[in-house]
Design a protein around this ligand. Structure first.
Ligand code: NAI
Ligand code: MG
Length: 495
């Protein structure tokens, strides 16, 4: 605990880090039923930041019971769409007022640059809750002209019920917002399990959820490990829907666990996105986009542009620019205002990334820059550009989830599309070209949930996000997310 002293600059952040954090169940901050806590680390130093209550099956049971009660009979069950919308908007304002605190806790917990956390994660969270506040009053069924004689039919959109939500560590606050925003706009009750590496901003968000006036039990937040708390939530017989963001491997486990009571499942999983640069592109913009596409958030991004394809005649030019960009990045702790690349989230992630690159080099890949961890404390890994790879190599096929890009030249557009789609994933893709026809052709050929043309990593709450193939099931954001958090009831009246 002592190590956390003085790390946070805001008063609320210091207060938050000054004692072990509890979990939120039925409107109360409580210890785990077992009394256990687990350590949360500062990835810039490897030192312990704080202890957090360790949720397990018993806590999940209590949280699900609280959510069920709130959903079926609490004041939430009678709350109007207008009031739900106002609560969500109020929540967005509280987050905006506490932006510095959220940003510093996110930086200390995850490792990302504090300035980036404020500009991207916190700002994106505020915008997301505001967008979903607007939806609360716009969720409609439809009327139908039925052929059955003398009948009138209509549909209602009703909340699904108790939603379990399991989120990852790469954008801890924003992933909480993507999950909670639509669930609450539609009138559901929630049990949220943050990632064990990064539970802090979700817990601070819990405080704001109370301040915004959401009744007890509507949002329960149970930190803990995946194999225990996460598994209990996804298997729970009284959870109606489970939403998950994380690895494809765990996505499969969630799907299996959900089969017991056939709960609805939405999954946002891994990716190995092709980022494609044609020779006719604005090469400066494409090179900068290729760098941002892989190095943003230390490469710990499901839609990272981790497979770079460059048309042969510009290959050396673009890859040279990418190497320069990598070598000019200021690698520093996230709380250092000059930080451009922070540490990876954990020693486990550092080991995972190191292992991928080592095996890649053994298989013949060449690191034009980087290729190993930074010496010293913390979980820093050098931004890395690998070439001399082939489509069968592990570094080309598997999600590395670090600042590591594999670059390959191409010269034929059809062959390129086949290669770009030769992956079990299909989350996102990037295309850089000044030829509008080529842009449309590629957008249509690429099997991915999002295709960015002459940009990368652009998000908007009104733009649906999710995966083809093994990158997931369902779409978050946009009007599409309402399908995940509502049931459709058809009503037929004999007149
Ligand atoms: P993970 O998939 O194990 O963790 C994500 C969340 O799932 C965490 O909250 C974790 O506690 C929970 N979880 C783990 N096992 C569970 C289980 N059996 N039942 C229910 N919940 C469970 O991801 P991990 O191990 O942290 O990272 C491994 C790889 O996953 C990364 O290297 C990356 O490739 C990928 N990943 C993808 C993310 C994305 O945004 N799509 C986010 C995080 C990781
Ligand atoms: Mg895991």
């Amino acid at each position: 605990m002592a190590v956390a002293e003085g790390l946070a600059k805001t008063q609320r952040g210091s207060a938050f880090l000054s004692s072990p954090r509890k979990m939120l169940i039925n409107g109360e901050w409580v210890d785990a039923a077992s009394g256990k806590t687990f350590p949360v680390y500062n990835p810039a130093t490897g030192e312990e930041l704080i202890q957090v209550a360790e949720g397990d099956k018993e806590d999940i049971n209590r949280a699900v019971a609280a959510a069920r009660k709130a959903f079926e009979e609490g004041p939430w069950s009678k709350t109007t769409p207008n009031v739900r919308g106002k609560m969500l908007w109020k929540l967005s304002e509280l987050i905006a007022e506490n932006a510095d605190t959220f940003a510093e806790l996110e930086s200390l917990d995850n490792g990302k640059a504090c300035a980036m956390a404020k500009a991207v994660d916190v700002a994106g969270t505020v915008e997301h809750f505001q967008y979903m506040a607007g939806w609360a009053t716009k969720i409609d069924g439809r009327t139908m002209q039925l052929s059955a004689p003398g009948t009138f039919g209509f549909t209602l959109r009703e909340p699904v019920g108790v939603c379990g939500q399991i989120i990852p560590w790469n954008f801890p606050l924003m992933m909480a917002a993507w999950k909670l925003g639509p669930a609450l706009a539609c009138g559901n009750a929630v049990v949220l399990k943050p990632a064990e590496q990064t539970p802090l901003t979700a817990l601070l968000l819990g405080e704001m959820i109370q301040e915004a006036g959401f009744p007890e039990g509507v949002v329960n937040i149970v930190p803990g490990y995946g194999e225990t708390a996460g598994a209990a939530l996804s298997a729970h017989p009284d959870v109606d829907k489970i939403a998950f963001t994380g690895s494809t491997e765990v996505g499969r486990l969630i799907l299996q666990a959900a089969s017991g009571n056939l709960k609805k499942v939405s999954l946002e999983l891994g990716g190995k996105a092709p980022n494609i640069v044609f020779a006719d592109a604005d090469i400066g913009a494409a090179t900068a986009g290729a760098a941002m596409g892989i190095f943003f958030n230390q490469g710990q991004v499901c839609c990272a542009g981790s497979r770079l394809y460059v048309e042969k005649k510009e290959f050396d030019n673009v890859v040279g620019g990418l190497v320069d960009a990598a070598e000019s990045m200021n690698i520093a702790p996230g709380m250092d205002p000059a930080c451009e690349l922070g540490p990876l989230v954990s020693d486990e992630q550092l080991e995972r990334v190191t292992g991928f690159v080592e095996r890649g080099k053994e298989a013949g890949a060449e690191a034009l820059t980087g290729g190993d961890p930074v010496d010293g404390n913390g979980y820093f890994y050098k931004p890395t550009v690998l070439t001399n790879v082939n489509p069968d190599m592990e570094v080309v096929r598997e999600e590395i989830f670090g600042p590591v890009v594999v670059a390959q030249p191409f010269d034929d557009i059809d062959e390129l599309a086949r290669e770009a789609n030769d992956t079990p994933y299909g989350l996102s893709a990037g295309v850089w070209t000044s030829d509008i026809s080529k842009a449309h052709k590629m957008a249509s050929k690429l099997k991915a949930g999002t295709v960015w043309i002459n940009c990368y990593n652009v998000f908007d709450p009104h733009m649906p996000f999710g995966g083809y193939k093994q990158s997931g099931i369902g779409r978050e954001m946009g009007s599409e997310v309402l399908d995940l958090y509502t049931e459709v009831k058809a009503v037929c009246i004999q007149l």
